[in-house]
Design a protein around this ligand. Structure first.
Ligand code: GUN
Length: 296
């Protein structure tokens, strides 16, 4: 079987285009410009790249981008004070504090200090609870991106068997909740799961979010299944530094019905969904109709 390649790069460009159209209409019709504040503490090279890309994409769709770069030794109190300022700033509709934070800062404390209505990452405990109870929430960007691609591929997901490999708060758990809300039968597997291959073989939808390069192979994939690869791992191969997912692409693609590549799969959807969430947060803050197709 030749798997259909799910083109996340093209899909994300479409989502960003839709967001830009809504932003233009908001500006013209209501004089409102959505604003996203991104807070980066320290010099982690990967985080710096993410934040730079977020800034460029935010500007590109016509939103205001507010960047706050703070030194690694910034105190928890100073960071809390910045979050409070952003909470109270009417020009800021979305707040993202880039993770990981330095070890001396309590990440949970900072994330839970963000106004849940501005929590475009969907990490605040209120949003986690709202999602878990099927209520209107801000939904974490990467799982939202995966959901959009799955809805596009299947239409209805009801009754499908979904296996999520990985139980992180950022991807695995919210992904499982979203799939459950779509009436999938959901299994969460993880590093202690027994006979992972057999568990994964039950999946119509297999989401890999473990952070281990190429660990999911053809042996894990049922013929015709849809494989969503959330992993972004840098490895050395043939003397080169390359990006690979949590899925061994060539192996899995030989049995899957559809598969997301790395790069160019889930990755670009994350920033597109961050912009979609910022738009949604802005609409909610001003009592405007929520854009369709850009929320969970
Ligand atoms: N670090 C890696 N992924 C993410 C994310 O989705 N949000 C934030 N805030 N930090 C991250």
């Amino acid at each position: 079987m030749t798997a259909k390649v799910i083109d996340g790069k093209a899909f994300a460009a479409r989502v960003r285009g839709e967001v830009a159209t809504h932003v233009a209409a908001m500006k013209a019709g209501h004089g409102i410009t959505p604003g996203l504040a991104v807070v980066l503490v320290g010099e982690d090279p990967a985080s710096r790249v993410y934040v730079k890309n977020k800034h460029a994409s935010t500007i590109e769709v016509g939103m205001n981008s507010f960047e706050h770069r703070l030194p690694a030794e910034t105190s928890e109190a100073d960071l809390l004070a910045l979050v409070q300022r952003l909470n109270n700033d009417p020009a800021v509709h979305g707040i993202l504090v880039q993770l990981p934070l330095p070890a001396h800062v309590n990440s949970d404390l900072i994330i839970n200090a963000i106004n849940p209505a501005k929590d475009v990452d969907g990490f605040h405990i209120s949003n986690v609870g709202l999602l878990g109870t099927g209520q209107k929430a801000m939904v974490p960007c990467t799982p939202l991106g995966c959901l959009m691609m799955l809805r596009d591929h299947y239409g209805s997901l009801a009754g499908l068997n979904a296996v999520v490999v990985g139980r992180s708060n950022i991807v695995g758990k919210p992904m499982a909740q979203l799939l459950l809300n779509e009436s999938c039968t959901v299994t969460i597997a993880h590093s202690r799961t027994k006979d992972l291959e057999a568990v994964c073989q039950r999946a119509d939808i297999l989401v890999a979010a473990v952070g281990r390069p190429e660990m999911i192979t053809a042996a894990h994939v049922r013929a015709g299944a849809t494989v969503i690869d959330v992993g972004i791992n840098r490895i050395e191969r043939g003397g080169k530094n390359i990006l690979v997912g949590d899925v061994d692409y060539a192996s899995a693609a030989s049995v899957a019905g559809a598969i997301t590549p790395v790069p160019g799969g889930v990755g670009p959807m994350t920033i597109a969904c961050l912009l979609a969430n910022t738009l949604t947060a802005t609409a909610r803050a001003h009592g405007l109709a929520e854009p369709k197709g850009l929320t969970a």
